[in-house]
Design a protein around this ligand. Structure first.
Ligand code: GDP
Length: 483
């Protein structure tokens, strides 16, 4: 049976390769970022603008009128949930609320019919490109280093990190619970559950902390997808581990087995089935939140970005690309939500992201793919204006703050347009990248706005979602494939 099974799989692979040659060309675009970075909003806005012929002057194929149409098609992977584009757009456009965020992997196929710019390309191109957009939590990427770690190394590293000054208070409850556990005692499901729950509560507290500490592995503890409650997720680091092999039937042996199951059944398949098949990748970051939380949070974001980039490192020494030959050839690192700033600060935000990315690229020892950075807003919820204060004219942004948001003691009703002076990003980047927990002075004044009301064209039809520099992102990510 094993032989025939394997032969059948090999034949299947061959025949699917053969049939893919006759299908229209496709490109797999990964969209990732830590939770709430803006993945769902980005994908919804990108697809909406392409389907509805949005204003995209920096996206060459659209600007030169070479796109005949863009439409959704059935996705190629039947076992992956579909990205619920229609629900998300209904929330954004009809209800003017933000859609539900990414909680697990999902996929959407957008097909573009176009005319190539050059006569040569027109002769050979099919004039169709299917973009398979794969949305997944960045937290899951942070699991890659676990593949190279044993359970005892994982435990030791977890305790070391938990006792760093920024995390001691947050990890206190978990460490107390862990301290009562005896690795040599008999395995007990309830003990395992209590430890896993308290470890997860500590990871969650780091995430919710106002210093915006980035996530620690295992990534599924905070973003379980459909694995919530399964044994592969019911483990935790233990103190005082016995050297060598743990006694069979002990708590340590049970935890060790589950940790290995997590790697084998969760981490490896995710990389094998999804990450290694990507052609292009966009990484979204919430730089503004980190900037507002101070230098410590910026350093933390940089650490997460370094680890994320290491996952896409081509060539030797990368567990993923060592096994599989396909590689990502373009990566875009993007700070989204630039509509919270006046346009005068957009270039500064971009310079900050560039610096973050450059340092992360050096640290991750990453090179090979084309990498670019961008400050943008997938959905622009504000417009710009000026307000006179005495003799001064201040640049402001105007939008409808979400109901319940507050600034300077004022609470908003979710209906009234309000002018806000957001402040400027620092011109001196060095101050941001110093170590320590220093605050930016003064911080950016930040409220969450409602999605914008869509304008209508002369015929009364609603226009596509407004954005800032979404067209630049599109040009970098897929422009060359439509040339
Ligand atoms: P995900 O967890 O990465 O999928 O994050 P979402 O796409 O759900 O975005 C999280 C939140 O960030 C949203 O609910 C919005 O409040 C905000 N957000 C995301 N993108 C934008 C944007 O382009 N402009 C503005 N103003 N807010 C955004």
């Amino acid at each position: 049976t094993t032989f025939t099974d394997e032969a059948r799989i090999a034949l299947d692979t061959l025949s699917s390769r053969a049939s893919s040659i006759f299908q229209s060309p496709s490109l797999r675009l990964g969209v990732t970022g830590l939770s709430r970075a803006g993945k769902t909003v980005f994908i919804s806005a990108l697809v909406h603008n392409l389907i509805h012929g949005g204003r995209l002057p920096l996206f060459d194929a659209q600007k030169s009128g070479r796109i005949a149409r863009a439409f959704l098609e059935e996705q190629p992977d039947d076992a992956v949930p579909r990205f619920q584009y229609e629900d998300h757009v209904a929330a954004l456009v009809d209800d003017r609320t933000w859609p539900d965020s990414t909680r697990a992997i999902s996929e959407l196929r957008l097909t573009i019919e176009f005319e190539s710019a050059s006569g040569w390309n027109r002769m050979f191109s099919s004039g169709r490109l299917s973009v398979d957009i794969v949305d997944y939590p960045g937290e899951w990427l942070l699991d890659l280093p676990l593949l190279g770690k044993s359970y005892s190394e994982f435990s030791r590293d977890a305790f070391e990190l938990a006792t760093l000054p920024v995390r001691t208070a947050l990890s206190e409850d978990w460490r107390r619970v862990a301290d009562t556990a005896d690795p040599a005692s008999d395995a007990d499901e309830m003990v395992a559950r209590r430890l896993a729950e308290s470890f997860t509560a500590y990871l969650r507290a780091c995430k919710l902390d106002e210093r915006a500490l980035s996530t620690l592995p295992p990534g599924r503890f905070l973003m379980p997808g459909d694995l919530d409650g399964s044994p592969a997720l019911t483990f935790a680091p233990l103190p005082r581990l016995a050297d060598g092999r743990a006694r069979s039937g002990s708590l340590q042996a049970m935890m060790e087995r589950r940790y290995e199951a997590y790697k084998a059944h969760v981490v490896k398949p995710f990389f094998r089935e999804h990450i290694t098949r990507l052609d292009r990748q966009i990484v979204l970051i919430d730089a503004m939140q980190a900037l507002n939380a101070g230098a410590g949070a910026v350093a933390d974001l940089e650490r997460a970005l370094t680890e994320i980039l290491a996952c896409f490192r081509p060539g030797r020494g990368n567990i993923v690309t060592d096994i599989f030959s396909r590689r990502i050839d373009r990566i875009l690192i993007t700070a989204t939500k630039a509509d919270h700033l006046h346009h005068e600060s957009h270039d500064r935000l971009q310079a900050i992201v560039r610096r973050l990315a450059d340092r992360a690229i050096t640290r991750a020892d990453f090179s090979g793919a084309l990498v670019d950075v961008l400050a943008m807003s997938a959905v622009r919820a504000t417009r710009e204006g000026t307000v006179k204060q005495g003799r001064e004219t201040l640049p402001v942004i105007m939008g409808v703050p979400l109901k319940g948001e507050t600034i300077d003691g004022e609470t908003f009703d979710g209906k009234t347009e309000t002018a806000i002076f957001p402040g400027d990003l620092p011109a001196n980047l060095d101050s941001i990248f110093e170590d320590g927990d220093r605050q930016l002075a003064p911080p950016i004044r930040f409220v969450r706005f409602r999605p914008p009301k869509l304008e209508r064209d002369a015929a009364g039809l609603k226009l596509s979602l407004p954005h800032i520099r979404l067209d630049r992102a599109l040009q970098f990510l897929i422009g060359d494939r439509l040339a």
